[in-house]
Design a binder for this molecule. Structure first.
Ligand code: ATP
Ligand code: MG
Length: 560
């Protein structure tokens, strides 16, 4: 981050802490995903923030898996999350940890709380516990088991640990205040019995710590200085501090909340993402239409563009819904400079140039980048038969249509001006071919003074075209806030994926996986990391050239 840029409130707190010598000037953060799904754009904000503030201040960051919920979690998600964090450009070095690494220490802390008279084993049923808890308007009441002796509590927790009881028979609770206005302080659960194998600790444990207990203490064990989390944990901060107050660990972390990132037209709810993947509505967690990091990577979003986007969005405590256009602009800005230009025709319409000599081919020079010299030029073959984009021809065109129409002229980029002489249709009336003539005196780059026409279109020589599968993605949802709709599946965009058989210029015939180009006039396109083969190209449209959605929305507004 640019040091001159104004600091967000978290960076301000951190620099104040460094200045005052708190934590001896140390900055230690953690990114704590639960391995129960893939990461999404919202997590990118948390990753960039946690790793970012540490990097900027000579600190360090832990990648800590919050694996306190065995059953829902898996090693496959752990691996996917590691790959995503690395891809986004961050390195936890040797600081890969799990909440489960601390199960022994956490258990000891639980016994300590019991010995202090600050925790007890409750034997009410889950339903009774809920009833006793009260409500926002009504105080809770004490459990009849609340005054068990330290000895009895220690005996019970040990037998819980050793597997003597069934799930739900007992639960360990903190002894705080059943009348607290903060529901989180009404004797929250610390441990519950669960006879289930854990992906890291196997069958060692029959009891598992609750999130709030495990999370805050793991922060303390690791020497985290600033525990950055999203706003829904604001009401948990009192409990977070309570554990630290009772147990007084050598390092005292501070919890600071910020608002979640919400992206318009995208889903950032793991539960709903699960549903899309499991019901086969999308093709896996890395479907390029998803705002998962794996999906965006597969689609061809560069990690640098994501980091820029996150920086642009900033860190505040205000709820927000960020326009997809902001993210897409970051991607466009990135590629505008680095991506070379090529020609590809997505929906080919064949043109025969009647006055061009049969069998003849000439090479025309095409610029690889409009404002960078070093990519140079390439040669493109031009001949009697070429493909143009179907949408660049209109039989009954409005006056302002400056592309091809019957009797009209257009320039073929880097080549000649052509005129449309005849339209050929099949039996169903569909246009299948155009007969045109070219003007030999209009070759691009020739010295002769040239006449001009208003439109320029892209093209590919039929004889040299490379067939390719191109996947065109659109918003997965028609509603900007699908996550808030009860039936979010009703808002699915039926046209979110269109696959076309495109014609590419011959220089795209053998490109390596990982290549991204601007297809002139169409957008940025990247080879699909899974399905692309150099001799069987498969491209994904990463992003269109302009924010076509903003345009559509503006037009809709003007009409209404
Ligand atoms: P779950 O409902 O499964 O807990 P989660 O999105 O909170 O979902 P976690 O794996 O717990 O997933 O999240 C890891 C970290 O990422 C947490 O610190 C969380 O606050 C942060 N995070 C999650 N979603 C967002 C978001 N949309 N914007 C910013 N940070 C987020
Ligand atoms: Mg969470």
């Amino acid at each position: 981050m640019n040091n001159a840029a104004p600091k967000d409130f978290i960076r301000q707190i951190i620099s104040d802490d460094i200045e005052s010598g708190k934590h001896d000037g140390d900055v230690v953060t953690r990114f704590p995903p639960e391995p129960n799904g893939f990461l999404h754009i919202g997590h990118a904000k948390s990753i960039c923030l946690n790793f970012g503030v540490a990097q900027e201040n000579g600190g360090r960051t832990y990648l800590r898996f919050d694996d306190t919920n065995p059953g829902k979690e898996s090693e496959a998600y752990v691996e996917a999350i590691k790959e995503d964090v690395r891809w986004l450009g961050f390195d936890w070095e040797d600081r890969l940890t799990h909440a489960s690494d601390y199960f022994d220490q956490l258990y000891e802390a639980a016994e300590t709380l019991i010995e202090m008279g600050k925790a007890y084993v409750d034997s009410l049923s889950a339903e009774e516990i809920r009833e006793y808890r009260g409500s926002f308007t009504e105080a809770g009441k004490d459990s009849p088991y609340r005054e068990r002796s330290v000895e009895e509590n220690l005996d019970l927790i040990r037998r819980m640990r050793d597997g003597e009881f069934a799930d739900g028979e007992h639960v360990l609770r903190a002894k705080i205040d059943m009348a607290s206005e903060n529901m989180n302080m009404r004797d929250p659960a610390l441990y519950r019995i669960r006879h289930i194998s854990h992906q890291n600790t196997g069958d060692k444990w029959k009891i598992y710590p609750m999130y709030d207990f495990a999370h805050g203490l793991s922060d303390a064990f690791e020497g985290i200085t600033h525990s950055l989390c999203t706003l829904e944990f604001e009401d948990h901060r009192e409990l977070y501090d309570w554990f630290l107050d009772q147990l007084e660990p050598p390092h005292r972390p501070r919890q600071i909340e910020f608002s979640r990132l919400n992206l318009a037209y995208a889903l950032t709810s793991k539960r709903k993402l699960h549903q899309l993947v499991e019901d086969g509505i999308v093709n896996g967690w890395d479907d390029p239409r998803l705002a998962t990091l794996a999906g965006m990577r597969r689609r061809g979003y560069p990690p640098a563009a994501l980091r820029n986007f996150i920086q642009r969005v900033g860190v505040t405590r205000k709820e927000n819904l960020i326009e997809m256009g902001v993210l897409e602009n970051s991607v466009r800005e990135h590629f505008d400079h680095v991506a070379e230009r090529r020609m590809a025709v997505l929906r080919p319409l064949k043109i025969v140039l009647s006055n061009y000599p049969k069998g003849e081919i000439e090479m025309v020079a095409a610029q690889n980048h409009p404002n960078r010299a070093e990519p140079g030029t390439r040669e493109m073959p031009f001949g009697r038969e070429i493909y143009v984009e179907r949408t660049d021809f209109m039989e009954e065109a409005p006056k302002k249509f400056f592309r091809l129409k019957p009797g009209g002229e257009v320039r073929l980029r880097f080549a000649y001006i052509i005129r449309c002489d005849a339209v050929i249709k099949d039996d169903s009336g569909e246009v299948v071919e155009l007969r045109c003539s070219y003007d030999p005196d209009t070759r691009s780059g020739s010295a002769a003074a040239q006449r001009k026409v208003k439109g320029t279109i892209h093209w590919v020589s039929v004889a040299h075209a490379v067939p390719a599968e191109v996947r065109l993605y659109d918003r997965l949802f028609t509603s900007p806030d699908p996550g808030n709709a009860e039936n979010f599946l009703d808002d699915l965009n039926p046209k979110s994926l269109e696959v076309v058989n495109a014609a590419l210029e011959p220089s795209l015939g053998q490109v390596a996986t990982g290549s991204t180009y601007q297809f002139e006039r169409l957008g940025y396109f990247s080879t699909d990391p899974v399905d692309h083969q150099p001799d069987k190209p498969v491209f994904n449209r990463v992003v269109t050239l302009r924010d076509t959605w903003a345009k559509i929305e503006k037009e809709a507004l003007m009409k209404s």
